[in-house]
Ligand binder design. Structure first.
Ligand SMILES: [Fe+2]
Length: 342
């Protein structure tokens, strides 16, 4: 029993370090394997309406998985799925299968474990405890996601309000977010990273909320003092978001979106890859939208002119890697769908 408790404690502490539900579910079979030495561990999603079961993650994808999937339509497995019991033990050719329902969470999940020896009662109890822990952790993630959604909605409304203060910046943050996503895709970022970048791009100018109209809408060149005040908006944006613990990973992208690759930007004069890549991407996306939008002092410039200007400033104002990614994104699409949206 002590070995079992040690295994469970190890699992719980490993789980507490995982911050994303997808990662958690992918890791569980491996964690179970290392804690309990199963031949096979997997998480299945159960769709009670369609009566279907699909693999979410598995420690040993292959023949055994197929065997287990084939069981899904046979008794007593079907009975188990439809009843309220949380566990089910099956003797199969070559070993024993133990199934634990993770009940009550958004997705119906099934932990599936296989090994050559039968399962002892205390092991079964320990695994049910583990399923409860998994459910609590997934519920926590789900509550955090809801909280984050609400927070983002409020912030996006504020961002739109900031953009709408001038007819020249209406829709700016949304377009910057779209361009940033395209560039990040060309750089090979994964969906999770892209989601954070999109949030950052949507919120990057939120700090302008504190800039007075006579500066924000000034049709002529800003004085030195006015420009100094305007430059504070990237720090202010970060400050507005610093109390939201769920948005901490986007703050560096926002704080440094006016830094330049050659170190001549603001607020800190960071240089090259000292600037977080997400901020380098937003800088290019921001410039692209600024050049191709009407301004008080000039009309929007054609798309091709904007690309040329950005290309000319690659290595000075902009990161060459990000400029290359933008060009790749444009090439991949043949013609830019974002241009068509404008
Ligand atoms: Fe900005």
């Amino acid at each position: 029993m002590n070995a079992l408790l040690d295994g469970l404690n190890m699992l719980y502490s490993e789980i507490s370090f995982i911050k994303k539900p997808k990662k958690l579910l992918l890791k569980i079979p491996y964690l179970l394997n290392s804690a309990f030495s199963f031949n096979y561990a997997a998480i299945f999603a159960v769709d009670p309406i369609l009566d279907e079961v699909s693999v979410i993650s598995s420690s040993f994808p292959g023949e055994l998985e197929k065997v287990i999937l084939s069981l899904m339509h046979r008794h007593p497995f079907v009975d188990f799925l439809s009843k309220a019991e949380t566990t089910c033990s099956l003797e199969l050719e070559g070993g024993y299968l133990f199934l634990v329902k993770v009940t009550g969470c958004v997705e119906k999940l099934l932990i599936s474990l296989f090994r050559s020896q039968p399962f002892k009662e205390e092991e079964e109890k320990a695994l049910v405890l583990f399923a409860d822990k998994l459910k609590c952790t997934l519920d926590k993630f789900s509550a955090q996601a809801t909280q984050k959604d609400c927070y983002l909605q409020v912030i996006k409304t504020l961002t739109r309000a900031v953009d709408a203060r001038s007819p020249y910046t209406r829709g700016h943050s949304e377009r910057v977010a779209e361009y940033a996503v395209q560039i990040a895709r060309a750089l090979g970022w994964n969906e999770e990273q892209i989601e954070s970048l999109k949030e950052a791009a949507l919120l990057h100018d939120i700090g302008k909320i504190g800039i007075p109209d006579n500066i924000l809408k000034k049709p002529s060149r800003l004085t030195r003092e006015e420009f100094e005040q305007m430059k504070r908006h990237s720090i202010e944006s970060a400050r507005i978001l610093e109390s939201a613990s769920i948005l901490q990973d986007v703050i560096p992208y926002i704080m440094y979106h006016h830094e330049r690759y050659d170190g001549k930007g603001y607020p800190f004069g960071l240089k090259g890859d000292d600037i977080p890549l997400g901020a380098q991407i937003i800088a290019v996306a921001d410039a692209l939208d600024a050049i191709t939008s009407d301004r008080v002092y000039r009309k929007a410039l054609p798309w091709q002119v904007a690309i040329e200007k950005i290309r000319q400033n690659s290595g000075t104002q902009f990161s060459p890697r990000v400029v290359d990614a933008l060009l790749t994104a444009l090439e991949q699409q043949g013609k830019n769908p974002l241009l068509l949206k404008k």
